[in-house]
Design a protein around this ligand. Structure first.
Ligand SMILES: [Zn+2]
Length: 141
């Protein structure tokens, strides 16, 4: 069993990824086929942070070089990771789109526990109305 947050290298592309990943977030190739993996992939990944931006390089400029740096810090500001994930050049008039996405998911064990702790009869119809019960109209006498 892997511990929460444990990392390893994707056997396909060599990127450092989570041991619990069913599909490599870098190369999108499937890593496991067992039942636990299927249950895990059924639980939707949460994406609490997704940023995308496009840089248009003016046609009148010369080519520019760029470095894409991603940094992760904890609550105290200590740098947990800092990586240059890509470098290159933008030709005049060309564009580059940069996307940063943070995927979050409960670890496998708790995902399974959540499934197991679900009430067995979820389909059972229950009143969802929040309207107060009808007040009897006061009878005039
Ligand atoms: Zn990979």
């Amino acid at each position: 069993m892997s511990s929460v947050g444990e990392a390893w290298k994707c056997p396909h592309c060599g990127q450092r990824i989570l041991r619990s990943a069913v599909i490599c977030p870098a190369c999108q190739r499937r890593l496991r086929f067992d039942a636990a993996a299927q249950a895990h992939s059924a639980t939707a990944a949460n994406s609490p942070l997704h940023i995308e931006g496009t840089i248009h390089h003016p046609p009148a400029e010369k080519a520019w070089e760029y470095s894409v740096i991603v940094q992760v810090r904890d609550a105290e500001g200590a740098v947990l990771a800092r990586h240059v994930v890509g470098v290159g050049a933008i030709e005049p008039g060309d564009t580059r789109t940069f996307t940063l996405q943070v995927e979050m998911r409960a670890p496998e064990e708790s995902a399974r526990a959540a499934v197991a702790s679900r009430p067995p009869a979820v389909e059972r119809a229950k009143p969802t109305s929040t309207l107060p019960p009808k007040q009897p109209t006061p009878a005039k006498s």
